[in-house]
Design a protein around this ligand. Sequence first.
Ligand code: AMP
Ligand code: MN
Ligand code: MN
Ligand code: MN
Length: 290
Amino acid sequence: MSYLSKKYDLHCHSTASDGELSPDELMRHAAANGVQAIALTDHDVTDGLKPAALAAAELGLELISGVEISASWGKHLIHIVGLNFDIDNVALQQGLAGLREQRGVRAEKMAQRLQKKAGIENALEGAQRYSKGRILSRTHFAQFLCREGHVKSLQSAFDRYLGDGKPAYIKSEWRPLEDAVGWITGAGGVAVIAHPARYKLSATKLRALIEDFKAAGGTGIEVVSGSQNKNDSRNIAEYARRYELMASVGSDYHGPSQSWLKMEAIPPLPADCVPIWQSWGEVKAVEGMA
Ligand code: AMP
Ligand code: MN
Ligand code: MN
Ligand code: MN
């Protein structure tokens, strides 16, 4: 008899960062799509977790605390997912608050670039209309550019203006990878390299990233991700085995406008991977915390 695990989704976004569904709506969407255990992993913020916990409890959905931290590794921007940590940990929350401040500064520079290089006025105010006072992401700039008719799609906003090396791309120095991993483990959680195939690293570089990540106290890697294809999964599963990293799975769902991405269609982890949820004896309560 093969052991069938619960359906886990350990990477997704709500309106607390750049997702389209509120934490409550996201939990309902996940439950309706067969997910049984979920981590809400908003960018650099954990504000969505408490409202998500209320909804998850009603739905009988297991909620694991989560966050996706923007970190620098050399000149690369790497996303580190933190799972099953104490959400009230002071050092973690101070770290995240610093990143959100940096996002504000970066957003002002992005708006200046859009004005100077493309003649697009008032982009900061425009992006803020979509972020609604919460964290400011490039996604909100893309929504502004798209809805105001400057580009035809969110993707072309990144291709023309916001992507790495494009006119409104601001090279931002996030805190080093080691700090992000340290905040997560210091709060009793586990750190996971998010969507490793997205960084387009050479094999040598990916090995170096994994070695640095492990040395910093990192535990896992996303083997299955909505941001990676099947070949990527096979390749990353091999790295997970070779480097004894536990495997994580997540949709990276941001909302219905990603019409090609279905939470229910995310495949389970390959059988020979060690699932990251085996690292936690019990799930840390989100709603019980002050
Ligand atoms: P930020 O964290 O503010 O730098 O924004 C990064 C976010 O933008 C990612 O989490 C994605 O949600 C989104 N994103 C990045 N690249 C693209 C792309 N090429 N097309 C659409 N969305 C993207
Ligand atoms: Mn995002
Ligand atoms: Mn990411
Ligand atoms: Mn993500």
